[in-house]
Design a protein around this ligand. Structure first.
Ligand code: C5P
Length: 235
């Protein structure tokens, strides 16, 4: 779906030192970098600025979920760090999402706002236990509807729901899919997983890959395997 690298590497490291050691090992490989809660809480906004200054495109994955004013202000702060993309929870509702969008438009910010629908770690049983009685796909479609009506740039969902989103909204919304594994990889704590090739075929723009690359003996080789698999035609 895109000419640039589809891989966003999740930098789920506890500190800057380990992150830099990893970045040294993948030097020269083009990919985007996701800074999530672990690294952000440990190293703070300055670390995000440092990465963007070094020329990296940073996906700031803080999954914001609060009252509209708080989220809108947090989005402005994140945009000021130079983040390429950031996340907020679609379940924060229409007003929260609209306030975030308004904050970005007012300041002429270019940071893309991506709404998280249903976490890829949640299976059907867990969804039911938190009161969501519909299927994961129905929940994703409902949350995507709220997000796209509020003019979000795209959504995060699992590969399993990506096709349904594309069918309904066409090529416009950006679709980011975590929960990506090759067939023999460890599933870790993910539930609704899929392969890079299926992600591509299902219409994802980007795949978020963490542990299979960051914990690999040879991260460069692992990343190449994911890229090859993304581009392959055989199932
Ligand atoms: O190591 P792994 O590939 O499972 O990492 C996936 C990354 O994507 C994690 O950083 C996680 O926070 C993030 N993520 C996710 N599911 C979502 C949204 C983000 O797994 N729905």
């Amino acid at each position: 779906m895109t000419d640039e690298s589809p891989i966003i590497v999740a930098l789920d490291f506890p500190n800057a030192k380990l992150t830099h050691a990893f970045l040294d090992r993948i030097r020269g490989r083009h990919c985007k970098l996701k800074v999530g809660l672990e690294l952000f809480i440990a190293e703070g906004p300055g670390f995000v600025e440092q990465l963007t200054r070094q020329g990296h495109q940073v996906f700031l994955d803080l999954k914001l979920h609060d009252i509209p004013n708080t989220v809108a202000s947090a989005c402005k702060s994140a945009a000021n760090l130079g983040a390429w993309m950031m996340t907020l929870h679609a379940s924060g509702g229409n007003e929260m999402l609209q306030a975030a969008h308004a904050a970005m438009s007012e300041g002429d910010h270019v940071t893309k706002l991506i709404a998280v629908t249903v976490l890829t770690s949640l299976d059907q049983q867990q969804l039911h236990s938190i009161g969501m009685q519909s299927s994961a796909e129905e929940c994703v479609i409902q949350l995507a509807k709220v997000a796209l009506q509020a003019k979000m740039d795209g959504i995060v969902c699992s590969v399993h729901e990506a096709q349904a989103v594309r069918r309904r909204w066409g090529l416009q919304p950006m679709i980011v899919t975590p929960g990506i594994r090759l067939r023999d990889d460890n599933k870790d704590d993910q539930s609704r997983i899929s392969t890079p090739q299926t992600a591509n075929e299902s219409g994802a723009n980007y795949i978020v890959v963490g542990r299979p690359i960051t914990q690999a003996k040879d991260p460069m080789y692992a990343m190449d395997q994911y890229l090859t698999h993304w581009a392959s035609n055989d199932s």
